[in-house]
Design a protein around this ligand. Structure first.
Ligand code: SF4
Length: 239
């Protein structure tokens, strides 16, 4: 391996660590306990997150968010939409934020866009219950507007902690807002699609939001290409 490659990998690693610590700090975590470096019996590195019970950790996180008023979106919500699905899923879908139906029911992707997402999940050979679905912001933006940077900044740490607990094999960002928030970028969706990115070392595929696909059905073929990439990554990560 060349020196440049090693330096790039090291810089990438430091950037991920910095970003991860920033997320923890935003979530109110100030102190980290030192974890053992090796599982001596098996001789492999220990992943502290893997030792946690994901259902229990998600339940704790949900409890922390109950009654949240960290940003102005709490004013208009009927229900906070935390996320749902398999806590041991290999695949997590992340959307922008709840709409009217989601706000009413407290569940993600249950309206027309949700029906299309169900079909997209089915198309890759899975059921909705097999995956985990959540959003960048957990409360509905008024008139379904795009969440503002301050709102994303207030809520993103909780999404990052969800992902840290879930440790999926693949993340699929649905739409521009989710992709930009997760990748901390302002790149357009045309550039974000078509290349596998990485978040916390997990492959991340960006695709169109199902609500956009309902308005622009001609883009479904492109979204299918993205889903095929998700399938490839899921297949490639199987032992
Ligand atoms: S959007 Fe997130 S940060 Fe804002 S009030 Fe709702 S749960 Fe809290």
């Amino acid at each position: 391996m060349s020196r440049n490659t090693r330096e790039n990998q090291f810089a990438d690693c430091i950037e991920k660590l910095r970003w991860y610590l920033w997320g923890l700090r935003q979530g109110g975590i100030r102190l980290l306990e030192r974890a053992p470096r090796k599982n001596l019996e098996e001789g492999c590195p220990v992943n502290p997150a893997a030792a946690l019970d994901p259902e229990e950790e998600l339940s704790k996180l949900r409890g922390e968010l109950a009654g949240c008023s960290r940003c102005g979106l709490h004013c208009g919500r009927s229900n906070l939409v935390f996320g749902e699905g398999s806590a041991r899923s290999g695949l997590v879908f992340v959307g922008e934020g709840p709409g009217a139906d989601e706000d009413r029911l407290g569940r993600p992707f249950v309206g027309r866009a949700g029906k299309l997402l169900d079909k997209m999940i089915f198309a890759i050979g899975l059921e909705r219950a097999d995956v985990y679905i959540c959003n960048v912001v957990k409360c509905r933006p008024p008139e379904n507007r795009v969440p503002q940077p301050g709102e994303v900044g207030a809520c993103l740490p909780f999404l990052l902690r969800q992902i840290e607990v879930l440790r999926p094999k693949v993340i699929c960002a649905l739409g521009l807002s989710a992709a930009q928030a997760l990748l901390k970028t302002t790149e357009p969706i045309s550039r974000l699609r078509g290349t596998v990115r990485s978040l916390q070392g997990i492959p991340l595929v960006c695709t169109y939001h199902p609500a956009y696909l309902l308005r622009s059905p001609s883009q479904k073929a492109a979204a299918w290409q993205d889903l095929k990439e998700v399938m490839n990554l899921l297949g490639a990560s199987r032992p």
